[in-house]
Design a protein around this ligand. Structure first.
Ligand SMILES: Cc1cc2nc3c(=O)[nH]c(=O)nc-3n(C[C@H](O)[C@H](O)[C@H](O)COP(=O)(O)OP(=O)(O)OC[C@H]3O[C@@H](n4cnc5c(N)ncnc54)[C@H](O)[C@@H]3O)c2cc1C
Ligand code: SF4
Length: 519
């Protein structure tokens, strides 16, 4: 069969793959086994199966899965609209030739190209291609929600190419073969750059800048690097060996890590401004959204981020910190909030031996299936069932918590009310849900302002994030840049990596007059 030439000029090895080969993805180890430990439980596909799945990619005429906006239009604004599932409003903003171009892979992974390389068995070239756009594909290959798969043309019939699985297979193979080595720069500039925060944004930014020859110093308030990769996302989704391996690589590339260094608290912001040629703020969005209802102060009502990091620290045998230990064993747990963080609270509570786990969501239950004609190639609003949900949580939707009830200072239950489509309480629908542990997982409102941001005096946007655009990533203060959740607000790992890379390119250009780093 003659190979087909796709939109990007590359030839696909198996033109009829999508017709001949059914979608098959990685499976999970049985829930009854996996809840006994904190290790990853996704079972990789065999090499042959991965190659076959890669062959399903047809390099479609418009590879929505990875096209970026050709003119760098105001992508964050659109994303905001898209997150609110307001497709028509989002569409009104678009005047470029290829609609929906902002959707798909935020780091613009060249998916059809590496699908074809994987199909042909050229894993080394596939890894080189993948790493040219993504610093940490072993992370996104495990925890990315894969907006690329929603955008895949084959998703119109609910069988998208297993892009995330193939990405993970490529990079895991590259590590196993020993192809991933430090890539120190062959040139040295005389520029010193401080990166505050070692989450995916800070790490991607630091790695790119070090590879451009700069002397890069990462300041991290915690004892280890990784941000939410290390202390937020549980080990059963992302084992910390993946983070440790990258930190070693970055140290060998010349990045210096300063741990237990809290900028704006133990290290003054002014000293950073004085010592460095540029500062990248990548401190995340760490202010949790609170639920200020009567009983909030009762023992047993905690933010998710007081609970989850403790378990990650237990797994890696780190001290859990100064807060009292929070454990779900033997308790009736209620998780308030239906996102990733809520799911992680469920999986962790079940592994700790919770009696029962219930998750409450204030929004109504979304449809089980999306209407493709309305949503594709965008990220659809639909009911998503995570591996943690499958492990035994009950879910309830359109429920508002109006108070916590307690006895002797400890929480005993939640007073709840059902709400209608206008978010108004439904009369007579109040009920009490018994609980010994309540975890608030309702998202994050902004970065922490006290300390570094206040000291530096950077301007904030209306949502309280550091104000900086996505071309220059420059804050209102000279020499100070911002990226990741600290700039865009609570988001995803893949967006943090994208922003870290782009911020590095912007800093390099600002310091050197031009840049060799990709945006
Ligand atoms: C529980 C949980 C689960 C998640 N699961 C997923 C998932 O499955 N998939 C996904 O794509 N996304 C997930 N996310 C979102 C994702 O983790 C974040 O969007 C991403 O980590 C943001 O990266 P970042 O580098 O901007 O910030 P962060 O990862 O938050 O890193 C910020 C770092 O800065 C440090 N820091 C802050 N201020 C200072 C200071 N003043 N001085 C020194 N250091 C400082 C912090 O200690 C931290 O290490 C999850 C988030 C949470 C909370
Ligand atoms: S990083 Fe995420 S969106 Fe991009 S290819 Fe990987 S799974 Fe898809």
């Amino acid at each position: 069969m003659r190979a087909a030439t796709g939109f990007w000029g590359s030839e696909m090895g198996k033109v009829t793959g999508f017709l001949e080969i059914d979608r098959a993805d990685r499976r999970y180890a049985p829930a009854s086994d996996r809840i006994r430990h904190y290790r990853e439980f996704v079972l990789p596909l065999s090499e042959e199966a991965t190659r076959n799945q890669a062959a399903r990619c047809m390099n479609c005429g418009i590879p929505y899965c990875h096209i970026g906006c050709p003119v760098n239009n105001q992508i964050p604004d659109w994303n905001d609209l898209v997150y609110r599932a307001d497709w028509r409003e989002a569409a009104r903003c678009m005047n470029c030739g290829i609609p929906y171009c902002h959707i798909g892979c935020p780091v613009n992974n060249q998916i059809p190209d590496w699908n074809d390389l994987a199909y042909r068995g050229d894993w080394a070239e596939a890894a080189r291609n993948l790493l040219s756009t993504n610093n940490f594909p072993e992370v996104t290959g495990r925890v990315c929600p894969a907006p690329c798969e929603a955008s895949c043309t084959l998703n119109i019939q609910d069988t998208p190419v297993t892009i995330k699985t193939i990405e993970c297979a490529i990079i895991d193979r590259a590590f196993a073969e020993g192809w991933i080595k430090p890539e120190p720069s062959f040139r040295r500039t005389d520029k010193k750059i401080a990166v505050v925060g070692s989450g995916p944004a800070g790490l991607a930014c630091a790695q790119q800048l070090a590879r451009a020859g700069h002397d890069v110093h990462v300041y991290e308030k915690n004892a280890k690097a990784g941000g939410l990769l290390r202390y937020g996302i549980p080990d059963f989704k992302l084992e910390k060996r993946h983070v440790d391996r990258r930190i070693k690589q970055m140290e060998a590339e010349g990045v210096t890590f300063h741990y237990n260094a809290h900028a704006g608290v133990t290290v003054s912001g002014q000293s950073l401004v004085d010592e460095y040629d540029a500062i990248a703020l990548a401190g995340g969005a760490e202010s949790s959204r609170n639920l200020t209802v009567p009983g909030r102060d009762l023992d047993g009502v905690h933010f998710a981020m007081d609970f989850l990091p403790q378990q990650n620290r237990r797994v890696s045998k780190e001290p859990i910190g100064t807060n009292a230990s929070i454990v779900a064993a033997g308790k009736r747990v209620v998780v308030i909030g239906g996102g990733d963080t809520g799911s992680d609270c469920i999986g962790t509570s079940i592994r700790q031996g919770a009696l029962k786990v219930t998750q409450l969501e204030i929004m109504p239950m979304p449809p089980k299936l999306e209407d493709k004609m309305l949503t594709w190639p965008n990220w659809p609003l639909k009911l998503r069932t995570s591996s943690s949900h499958e492990e035994g949580a009950e879910r309830d939707f359109a429920v508002n918590t109006i108070a916590f009830e307690g006895d002797n200072g400890a929480v005993t239950g939640l007073r709840c009310v059902r709400i209608d489509e206008k978010m108004k309480p439904i009369e007579g629908s109040e009920f009490t849900l018994p609980a010994d542990l309540v975890l608030l997982a309702m998202g994050f409102v902004s970065p922490v302002k006290e300390g570094l941001l206040t000291e530096l005096g950077v301007s904030l946007d209306p949502r309280g994030n550091v104000l900086a655009d996505t071309r220059k990533y420059a804050s209102s203060k000279s020499k100070v840049f911002a990226c990741g959740d600290m700039r865009r607000g609570q988001s995803l790992v893949v967006w943090a990596i994208r922003e870290g890379r782009q911020c590095a390119a912007a800093i390099d250009e600002d310091l050197m007059g031009s840049t060799v780093l990709p945006r």
